[in-house]
Write a protein that binds this ligand. Structure first.
Ligand code: NAP
Ligand code: MG
Length: 402
């Protein structure tokens, strides 16, 4: 068989531990035999980040800006224990945080749906994508513990020295205060990413905040989304026959639970943190959750939502058998290949990535799956396979389809 050719390279970001092992196996077993795989390779493994003083992470993000599509393996975010384990020069920042700061995007998380693994919410038939704003609010707050009676105020001092002040509360006794912020520019980027992604997936976009209570802060989010929608996207949404609507977060929660799924739900930073864990759990497993960062300028970075699966890696190092689920990592690759194919007009590449996804889903639905899914699948005659066997079974199903 002739290998499918690529024209523009993917930005490939290698990572750590068990996912690094899976990364190599996916390439060797499921990609290289079929594709003339072109990538610009960046090793984001912790050793290389330390050696390059984390320059490699910045270079990888810059390359993503240049080429437009990246695929990333899970990476260790160092803590004190990792500094010791890897003898690090310093406690390097989270690579995802560094990449996000350079690309300035929104993270979209979508579960992979397979027959036999029923969502815990029985009405859900199609995946629900959470779009989480990744800047500000409670994550960049300033907090203060009030020790006794006194007045708390918000004071804003403008560049020319003008001040405006408002009383938060006249405390008669102990309590707590918090100050937080967001930026119009960041909310605008968030809105553009969400509207573009909805058009990409041809799915409805829902957006929710608590603007009835937060009449200035949350209302600003609502107004910015509505203005941008009317100005840049209404006509495109109507042409694509999809809908944008805004509703209160409590109403959104009630409607999502009653829905069939199949929409994108845009959430503020904290709401997105909480709701994405709920959606992932209700759909079955973190190992079945895909994740893509979309920048307002239209760059895409695909990854799995889970981490480096450290416990399995230590077993692997001891020579013990592992049964790690490679679905989310595989879908990061297929997502990136499909996007590259769309951008470069390579229909064969898009079709291949589609088939690879179908082959992997078919494998699980036929009863062959990693251990974590055996525990939740209702398929009869199911069988747990090890990490390598699972990829080989997918290859078998793929070869039948090609
Ligand atoms: P994790 O790697 O997601 O694993 C947590 C547990 O979830 C695993 O021990 C395993 O449970 C289960 N699990 C996750 N993915 C699985 C898969 N593909 N197949 C089977 N089971 C899976 O999270 P963590 O242990 O908290 O973090 C490990 C490292 O990953 C940390 O160094 C952290 O910094 C990093 N991390 C990176 C990213 C990223 O790069 N995006 C995200 C999160 C964490 P059992 O052990 O019960 O089998
Ligand atoms: Mg969380």
């Amino acid at each position: 068989m002739k290998k499918i050719q690529m024209t523009v390279p993917l930005v490939e970001m290698d990572g750590d531990e068990m996912t690094r092992i899976i990364w190599q196996s996916i390439k060797d077993t499921l990609l290289k035999p079929y594709l003339d795989l072109k990538t610009e390779y960046f090793d984001l493994g912790l050793a290389k980040r330390d050696e390059t003083e984390d320059r490699v992470t910045v270079d990888a993000a810059m390359a993503t800006k240049k080429y437009g599509v990246a695929v990333k393996c899970a990476t260790i975010t160092p803590n004190a224990q990792r500094v010791e384990e890897y003898q690090l020069k310093q406690m390097w920042k989270s690579p995802n945080g560094t990449i996000r700061a350079i690309l300035d995007g929104t993270v979209f998380r979508t579960p992979i749906i397979v027959q036999g693994i029923k969502p815990l919410v029985i009405a859900w038939k199609k995946p629900i994508t959470i779009a989480r704003h990744a800047y500000g609010d409670i994550y960049k707050n300033v907090e203060y513990q009030v020790q006794g009676a006194g007045t708390a105020e918000i004071v804003f001092t403008s560049k020319n020295g003008d001040q405006s002040r408002q009383t938060i509360f006249d405390f008669q006794d102990k309590g707590v205060i918090m100050g937080m912020h967001n930026l119009d520019g960041s909310i605008e980027s968030f809105a553009h990413s969400c509207f573009n992604y909805a058009l990409d997936l041809k799915q409805d976009l829902w957006f929710s905040t608590k603007d009835t209570i937060s009449k200035i802060y949350d209302h600003r989010f609502k107004d910015i989304f509505q203005d941008i929608y009317e100005k840049d996207y209404r006509a495109k949404f109507e042409a694509a026959q999809i809908e944008y609507f805004y509703t209160l977060i409590d109403d959104a929660v009630a409607r999502v639970m009653r829905s069939e799924g199949g929409m994108i739900w845009a959430c503020k930073n904290y709401d997105g943190d909480v709701m994405s864990d709920m959606v992932a759990t209700a759909f079955g497993s973190l190992a079945m959750m895909t994740s893509v960062l979309v920048s307002p300028s239209g760059c895409y970075e695909f990854e799995a939502a889970h981490g480096t699966v450290t416990r399995h890696y230590y077993k692997h190092l001891k020579g013990e058998e592992t049964s790690t689920n490679s679905m989310a990592t595989l879908f990061a690759w297929t997502g990136a290949l499909k996007k590259r194919g769309e951008l470069d007009g390579l229909h064969e590449l898009v079709a291949f990535a589609d088939k690879l996804e179908k082959a992997s889903i078919k494998t699980i639905e036929s009863g062959v799956m990693p251990k974590d899914l055996v525990q939740i699948s209702e398929v009869v005659n199911k069988k747990a396979v090890n990490t390598e066997e699972f990829l080989l079974e997918i290859k078998k199903a793929l070869d039948e389809m090609l």
